[in-house]
Design a protein around this ligand. Sequence first.
Ligand SMILES: Cc1cc2nc3c(=O)[nH]c(=O)nc-3n(C[C@H](O)[C@H](O)[C@H](O)COP(=O)(O)O)c2cc1C
Length: 165
Amino acid sequence: MEKTLVVYFGGQNPSQSTMTKVAKEIAEMTGADLFEIKPVHPYSKKEEDCVNEALRELDSNARPGIVEPLPDLAGYSTVILGFPNWCGTAPMPVFTFLDAKQKNGELAGKRVVPFVINAGSGPQNCITDLKASYPEAALDEGSSFISGKYDSAIPLALEWAQTIM
Ligand SMILES: Cc1cc2nc3c(=O)[nH]c(=O)nc-3n(C[C@H](O)[C@H](O)[C@H](O)COP(=O)(O)O)c2cc1C
C-alpha cells in the first residue's frame, strides 16, 4: 500500500505556528503519518533573537541536533516536507534531518514534496537549496504559502495537498 509521511519543522514556536496547524491538517486529510522535527535546543520565541540564532547557524552551515528516533523513510512512498522560510532557505534542523536520511541511503529515489510557509518573500532558495544538497531524492517543485498571519495559508495548503496525492 502507498503510504505518505508528513514531516514538518514547526518553527520557533511550534505549538502556535501556522506550519504545525497545516502539517496536522494535511496528515489528517490524507491519512498520512506525521513526524515533527524537534531541535534538541529550542529556538528563542522572540522573533528577533530567533533570526539571529538562525543566521548564526546558516553562516556556519550548522547541523543542530534534533530529537531522535527519526522515522524510517523506507516504509513511505511519498514524504511531504513542511517548514517555514528562514532567512531565504530551509531552517538548519531540516538539513540535519535530511543529512541523516541521506547517510542511510533513504533518500535515493524517494518522492519528497516540500512546502514552505513564508511571511511574504516566497520560497526564495528553500527548495533549490534542498535540490542541490540532496540530488538523489525525487524532489517535487513544492509550493509556498504566505503565513496565516497575513493570508489564508491553511485552506491554500489543503487545496494544494489534494493536487499532489
Ligand atoms: C529565523 C526566521 C527567519 C525568517 N526568515 C524569513 C524570510 O527570509 N522570508 C520570509 O518570508 N519569512 C521569514 N520568516 C518568517 C517565517 O517564515 C514565518 O515565521 C512563517 O511564515 C510562520 O509564520 P506563523 O507565525 O504564521 O507560524 C522568518 C522567521 C524566522 C523565525
